[in-house]
Structure formats: C-alpha cells, structure tokens
Design a protein around this ligand. Structure first.
Ligand code: DGY
Length: 320
C-alpha cells in the first residue's frame, strides 16, 4: 500500500494559494469552525495546521499527532505557543516577506492622516471643488515633525528608513536600546510620547503592550500630536483615543488595526481627524502570495527535511 500523505488542517479563512501549494504534497483538510465535522481518523492523523493567526489551546489539545503549526502572518498572537511548546509542537510565522509592504502602507496612512487625503478626494468626488471651491488647507503637515516609533523590529526599521527622506526627526522606544541605529532612544513610551509629536505603533500583541497607548500617552503627545497604529489594536485604549480626538488632546490618528476586528466602535468612527483602514497593511496580492509561499515552504521543509525556515522564538528550531 502506498504511504499516506501527512494530514494538514487548513483552519479558518486563509489565502487560497496556501491550499494550492499544499495540494498533492499533503492530504489537505479544511476546517470550518470546530473539529466536530471531521472524521475521527482525520483528527487522529492531523500532523500540521496552516492557519491565519488562530490556533488556540483547545484546538491544539484535540490533535494528538500534531507536529507543526504554520501561521500565515508575522503576528502569531492567536496561536497558543505555550500549549504548542508544552507538546514540543513547532510554530512558524511569515516574517520579512511583508516588511516593505507594511512599511509602505504606514507611510501612506501617515501622509493620508496628516494631509486629509481621503477627505480631499471625497471633496472632489462629491462635486464640491467645482461647486464650492478649493478644499480647505490641511491644518497639519509632515514638515518639521518629530516621529517616535513605538517598536523598532524588522518592520519598524523599514518604516524608519522610509521616514528619513522626509527629513523628519526620528526617535524610538523599545525594551532595550539598539546599537545599530542612530535614532534617539527613549527608555519608556511615556518619555517618547512627551518628546515627539507623531507616534507610530508597531509592536506585537504581548501582555506588556496591552492598551499601552492610553490617555496619559496621548496627553503627552499633545495637541499637535498624530498617532498611527499598524501593529495590533490591542495596544491602544480605543476609548481614550476617541476621547482624545473629540476633545483635541491630540490632533489626528490613523488606524489600520482595531481591538475587536472587524468591529470598530461607532463612537471611535465618529471622532474627528481619524483615518481608518480595514487591516490592509500587508494585504497586496504579491505580498500575500509571498506569505502563502512561506507557509507552504515551512510545512514542506518540515515533512521532507525535518527542519523549518522561520520558527518563532517560543518554539525554537528543532529537527524531527
Ligand atoms: C501580520 O502578518 O501579522 C499581519 O497583521 C497580517 O495582516
């Protein structure tokens, strides 16, 4: 009898290119919701998961033969890495291939927020340019801003590099100072927010980043302040942000990520000078293709060579 292919579960909504890449090399089973719809033998034989940031302990614990969780996305906060590590299950993510896209989108969101590009386009499309005259001058500009990066990992560095030609001053806060950059370092987020007038959040979802951008940080940013979030909605206190925008504590904000996606609080959407995007920072066809290919490459590599390309730190590289 021919040897059976390893079973890989495709969980939730995931880029179709992942399935295309796995078909023929694996027995690919789509899981829609929970595992109750699956045959017991499939559950018993499942050796891998490919998913979009969704592998909680309850799922991991039901799969006795699980060896690898290949996450689609650089952020893997939806994967219970502690539950995986306990069982010696390796977790991979998709770093680097999305750095440029996310950094480009961040600059677009920053400029769109500061110069009110969405409102200006709407003014034209609504016929107001012709009927009412020019769009109002934007009160804000990127000129002479001091931009603070909350987070200076791989994506943060790309954002900083893109900011340099805009001739703005650049500073950052991370847990420890980087020796390989000349940007100003602040050892706390509060000190960074006090020093700068523009804050870009690009930190992962961890216990210490929860609602880190709160009322105090926004107050420190000040009335000329602009806050951009392209990390996780988890890091911003959305109620405090809404209040800060409505009362002029800061001048404007641009968000690609939200606490409870895809839901966005109506009160927040009502706030003035807010630009919003539906979590699209990495969402171009070329970049999502590259992410899908890396998910597939990690699974293929694991089941052919017994090693993976991009393991996460919590479940270090090992061999089968
Ligand atoms: C990531 O890769 O974590 C992105 O947020 C997915 O869009």
């Amino acid at each position: 009898m021919a040897e059976s292919l390893p079973v890989i579960l495709l969980t939730g909504r995931i880029n179709p290119r992942v399935r295309e890449g796995l078909d023929g090399k694996f027995e690919v089973v789509t899981v829609d919701g929970d595992l109750s719809s699956l045959d017991e033998s499939v559950i018993a034989r499942a050796r891998g998961i490919a998913g979009f940031n969704a592998a909680p302990a309850e799922l991991i614990d039901q799969l006795p033969a699980l060896e690898i969780i290949a996450n689609f996305g650089v952020g893997y906060d939806g994967v219970d890495t502690a539950a995986a590590a306990k069982r010696n299950i390796i977790v991979t993510n998709t770093p680097d291939v999305l750095n440029d896209e996310v950094a480009d989108t961040t600059i677009g969101l920053l400029l769109g927020t500061v110069r009110r590009l969405y409102d200006a386009e709407k003014w034209l499309r609504d016929g107001k340019w012709e009927n009412e005259g020019p769009f109002a001058l934007s009160p804000l500009s990127l000129r002479d801003r001091h931009v603070g990066l909350y987070g200076l990992g791989r994506i943060g560095l790309e954002i900083a590099k893109r900011l340099e030609p805009f001739k703005v001053k650049i500073s950052y806060h991370t847990r420890s100072e980087r020796k390989d950059v000349s940007y100003g370092y602040y050892s706390s987020l509060g000190e960074l927010a006090t020093a700068v007038d523009t804050l870009i959040c690009i930190v992962p979802k961890t216990p210490e980043t929860h609602k880190a951008i709160d009322a105090d940080v926004l107050k420190a940013l000040g009335p000329n302040g602009v806050m951009i979030n392209v990390g996780r909605g988890w890091s911003v206190d959305e109620e405090a942000l809404e209040a800060a925008l409505k009362s002029g504590v800061i001048a404007a904000a641009g968000l690609d990520v939200f606490q409870d996606e895809p839901k966005v609080p109506a009160g927040l959407l009502d706030a003035p000078n807010l630009s919003v995007l539906p979590h699209i920072a990495s969402a171009s066809v070329p970049t999502r293709n590259a992410m899908a290919d890396l998910v597939v490459a990690n699974l293929v590599s694991w089941f052919t060579d017994g090693a993976v390309l991009t393991p996460v730190a919590e479940t270090p590289a090992k061999t089968r």
